[in-house]
Design a protein around this ligand. Structure first.
Ligand SMILES: [Zn+2]
Length: 142
């Protein structure tokens, strides 16, 4: 019996929700925005109406500098599901943004190897358009 490699289905995309519509619209404009609590002066990620620090609803939006550092990362060599098998190796990363929050993303880097990537390295946001609805914020070494 022969096994044929089926083409991979597309990578699952995030589904914008009412609370995050503004975030995704700004990503399409290649800007990174964070929710910010006016009561306790905390910026946070992911976007939601209620502050995760003090539970206030007195929140607004602030634009991120898009700069941060690598909090942690992994280099994936074996995709967990078919959509990711053609993408290896890729680098999931938790970025600590200059504004404070940590956000999960991907590090865009050619031929990722452990000696090229270190915790604490400076990164900056880049944007990758998936389709008409979703542009993903990713990061590259700064
Ligand atoms: Zn707060």
């Amino acid at each position: 019996m022969t096994q044929q490699q089926q083409p991979s289905p597309p990578i699952p995309a995030p589904g914008p929700q009412p609370e995050s519509d503004f975030y995704w619209e700004k990503c399409k404009e290649e800007e990174l925005w964070l929710r910010h609590c006016k009561a306790c002066d905390t910026s946070y990620f992911y976007p939601r109406d209620i502050c995760p620090e003090c539970f206030s609803r007195d929140t607004d939006w602030v634009q991120s500098s898009g700069k941060g550092t690598i909090h942690t990362f992994s280099i994936v060599h074996r995709g967990p599901t078919p959509p990711f098998r053609d993408k290896v190796p890729y680098v999931p990363v938790i970025v600590e943004l200059a504004e404070g929050p940590r956000m999960p993303s991907n590090l865009v880097i050619e031929n990722p190897e452990p000696e090229k990537i270190k915790i604490g390295m400076a990164v900056e946001v880049v944007f990758e358009k998936l389709d008409e609805n979703v542009t993903l914020p990713k990061f590259r070494l700064a």
